[in-house]
Write a protein that binds this ligand. Structure first.
Ligand SMILES: NC(=O)c1ccc[n+]([C@@H]2O[C@H](COP(=O)([O-])OP(=O)(O)OC[C@H]3O[C@@H](n4cnc5c(N)ncnc54)[C@H](O)[C@@H]3O)[C@@H](O)[C@H]2O)c1
Length: 277
């Protein structure tokens, strides 16, 4: 989508971090922005920042794991702005735990927000993007953790959802090819955000939030500024790039995983040769 000025963007998880960075980047490009977040109380400040950049805004308190709530949000955006062009399915939560220790409530929460949140967003907004015929773009926030799983990080449940977001995005890109609606998967490594405090905003239906939150790891505290991620996304929408990586230094982790996969194929080749068919 080359021409984004004057178009309408919806961002989930827009009250903080990468979502706010994207919203600010969209506003700087002259887009109207609908800000969605479970922390409705933090959206006033986000909207104020966007208005300072000259943007029209609207605010919607929504839990993306709630399908009906996302559908209501889509209807509200359409009622206010008429048309939606860009959807940034970005709301997400981190969970630090050995994968065998993740509780049922935690699985429901992390899958509900990170994976179902993206699916709900696409289900609710895609028909609305399709129908005006002006084209559009959907950006789904995965993570570098959606392309490899690093040992020792205890982010297995998170990665399980982020691999899902990457697969969902690939399928959506394939389906929408040639329609004028682009798809990207955003896969940053460390960005300086509040992601490790995510459990403080865990809806009650996923169990009581923990009393102690994990410490934010050093690489996140020293991570990239979310505004820079926002700029990457704007460029990616314009150029219709599918993979939006932000940290070229994380390439080696993905290469290592792919090498192990190819080793698996080599082993299969030896096995087939031995089998003789
Ligand atoms: N920070 C990083 O290093 C990093 C790296 C790769 C990917 N990501 C991804 O970026 C996305 C944004 O995270 P961030 O790092 O900016 O963290 P953040 O915590 O600063 O922002 C996430 C926002 O999502 C909102 N949110 C949480 N649960 C929600 C729900 N159920 N419904 C609606 N909104 C909800 C939060 O209130 C918050 O405002 C996430 O999908 C995350 O997995 C982050």
């Amino acid at each position: 989508m080359k021409d984004i000025k004057g178009k309408v963007a919806v961002v989930t998880g827009a009250a903080s971090g990468i979502g706010l960075g994207m919203a600010r980047a969209f506003a700087s490009e002259g887009m109207s922005v609908a800000l969605c977040d479970i922390r409705a109380d933090k959206l006033d400040e986000a909207a104020r920042q966007l208005r300072e950049l000259g943007a029209r805004t609207m605010q919607i308190g929504v839990d993306v794991s709630d399908r009906a709530a996302v559908e209501r949000a889509a209807a509200a955006v359409e009622a206010e702005f008429g048309r939606v062009h860009v959807l940034a399915n970005n709301a997400g939560v981190a969970l630090k735990s050995a994968i065998s220790d993740v509780t049922n409530d935690e699985w429901d929460w992390v899958i509900g927000v990170n994976l179902y949140g993206v699916i709900h967003g696409a289900q609710a907004f895609l028909p609305r993007i399709r129908k005006h015929g002006e084209g559009g773009h959907i950006v789904n926030t995965s993570s570098i953790g959606g392309f490899q799983v690093r040992e020792g990080r205890q982010t297995g449940a998170y990665s399980t959802t982020k691999f899902g977001v990457a697969a969902f995005s690939e399928a959506l890109r394939n389906d929408l090819r040639g329609t004028g609606i682009g798809v990207s998967v955003l896969a940053p490594a460390a960005v300086n955000t509040a992601i490790y405090q995510a459990a403080a905003n865990r809806p009650e239906r996923f169990g009581k939030p923990p009393t102690v939150l994990p410490e934010t790891p050093e690489d996140i505290r020293n991570g990239m500024h979310p505004d820079d991620v926002g700029r990457r996304v704007v460029a990616g929408i314009r150029d219709d790039d599918f993979y939006l990586f932000t940290h070229p230094e994380s390439r080696g982790w993905v290469e290592e995983r792919h090498r192990a996969i190819m080793d698996g194929f080599d082993a299969a080749e030896r096995w087939r040769t031995e089998l003789g068919r």
